[in-house]
Design a protein around this ligand. Structure first.
Ligand SMILES: Cc1ncc(COP(=O)(O)O)c(C=O)c1O
Length: 430
């Protein structure tokens, strides 16, 4: 007789999800109120809480500079501008990410070129990138998706050899590192979303880090009216004075104050997340039909956002991903099909989404360049099968919310619930 809760057996998870982590604790409230009480509603230069946050963020990443902005998307846009992404150029990107990693490329009238990913990290490696380099490529964008650290050492070797710039989108990976070097510090620029449920959050906020004063100044001039450029080594911009090229990416000081407090809690919260990740992976690593995502040697995860694993293609015939998740949920664990991998207009594989594939960008007006219509005729740029590894894995990824400050008992039971379903997977065939 089956022991699965789906068929009437006892639930594996009896402990409650008692996550004590509060995205907005008293510390964040006090920090925001302090700005309010001081009557600070806008900060034009690098002072006050902006300076404090940027200094602390740069110190965490081990970079010379950090530049805060009002969203991760806008940090990525300013970074793309700084890196020389413009009309007629191409940027190599993964398709398995949130659309805002890629949309800034369209605003530069440049072409995103989608590359495949490696199943070990869910990120591209050097091999996947190299296959997409053309004489128009100027940059590579890497996304450390779900806190998995990409193989930045081999990627940087390739980029330097081929004269390409590298942008790291670290929105899911605050506090992650490879060989002791922080994500964001490997590439020419690292950009982090500090939005909503991210590990460092100001509600709506972004931050970019770099070692290069010229790149910093270009990002400032793109989005920070009123801020004096860094100037050290970048005298090129003196004649612009304190002007900006215009779009306004300055953040609200309350958001910066909130993120600044959250940043102080990051090391401790990431320790909790790492412990939970280890429990889940240790329980599931040798479970049937399951492939865990293991950190690369020398990598330390950070940020996390969600816990993900892959259902292997040896899942018994007739057992779908939805059915597997249904059975795990019946056991009391919140497993869902991965949200980036279902094909629809909000979440889905970007290379097959209309915006990056069939939609004529010229309908947007403005200066949008339609890279799909070089010869004037509408055409698909990508088809199902264009990125075989991404597409295959993405039908099989599942995930759960990233647990933070939860009891070990709860995490162990959740892990056991998934293992139990994996061990009885044959019974789920429909
Ligand atoms: C991978 C990734 N890149 C970029 C962004 C955009 O950040 P924001 O929402 O702060 O603009 C997000 C937001 O969720 C993201 O997950």
């Amino acid at each position: 007789m089956s022991e699965l809760a789906l068929f009437g057996g006892p639930k594996t998870v009896t402990a409650s999800n008692d996550d004590a982590f509060l995205p907005v604790s008293d510390v964040e409230i006090e920090a925001v109120v302090k700005e309010m009480r001081a009557g600070i509603v806008s900060i034009a230069g690098r002072s006050g809480v902006v300076k404090e946050f940027e200094d602390a963020f740069a110190a965490m990443c081990g970079t010379k500079y950090a530049l805060v902005s009002n969203s991760g998307t806008n940090s990525i846009h300013a970074a793309m501008v700084a890196l020389g992404v413009g009309p007629g150029t191409e940027v190599i990107v993964p398709s398995y990410t949130w659309h805002a990693s890629i949309t800034p490329i369209l605003h530069c009238a440049a072409t995103p070129v989608f590359c495949d990913i490696c199943p070990d990290t869910l990120t591209p490696g050097a091999k996947e990138i190299e296959a997409c380099i053309t004489d128009k490529t100027v940059a590579i964008e890497i996304v450390h998706v779900w806190g998995n650290v990409a193989p930045m050492d081999e990627i940087m070797d390739l980029a330097r050899k081929r004269g390409l710039k590298v942008l790291e989108d670290c929105s899911h990976a605050h506090g992650a590192s490879l060989n002791g070097k922080s994500v964001g510090a490997w590439g020419d620029i690292g950009a982090f979303s500090c939005q909503g449920g991210k590990a460092v959050s100001g509600g709506e906020l972004g931050v970019a880090v770099t070692e290069d004063p010229v790149l910093l100044d270009r990002m400032i001039l793109t989005g920070w009216f009123g801020r004096v450029v860094a100037g050290d080594g970048a005298r090129t911009f003196d004649h612009l004075g304190d002007m900006s090229l215009g779009v306004k990416y300055r953040p609200h000081p309350y958001a910066v104050a909130m993120a600044n407090s959250r940043l102080k809690r990051l090391p401790c919260l990431n320790d909790c997340r790492r412990k939970n990740y280890r429990i889940l992976n240790d329980t599931l690593r040798d479970a049937p039909h399951v492939r865990t995502i293991e950190p690369l040697p020398g990598a330390e995860r950070g940020g996390f956002l969600e816990y993900k694993f892959i259902l292997r293609d040896d899942l018994p015939k007739g057992v779908t991903r939805d059915r597997f998740c249904e059975a795990v949920k019946a056991e009391g664990a919140p497993l869902e099909p991965d949200r980036y991998s279902s094909f629809n207009y909000t979440y889905g594989l970007l290379h097959l989404a209309p915006m990056f594939n069939t939609f004529d960008l010229r309908q947007m007006g403005g200066c949008y360049y339609d890279f799909k219509r070089g010869d004037g005729s509408p055409k698909e740029r990508y088809r199902p099968g264009s990125l075989p590894v991404t597409e295959s894995i993405c039908t099989r990824i599942v995930g759960m919310p990233g647990f933070v400050d939860v009891s070990e008992e709860y995490v162990c039971q959740v892990a056991q619930a998934i293992r139990q379903v994996a061990e009885h997977a044959e019974e789920l065939a429909v």
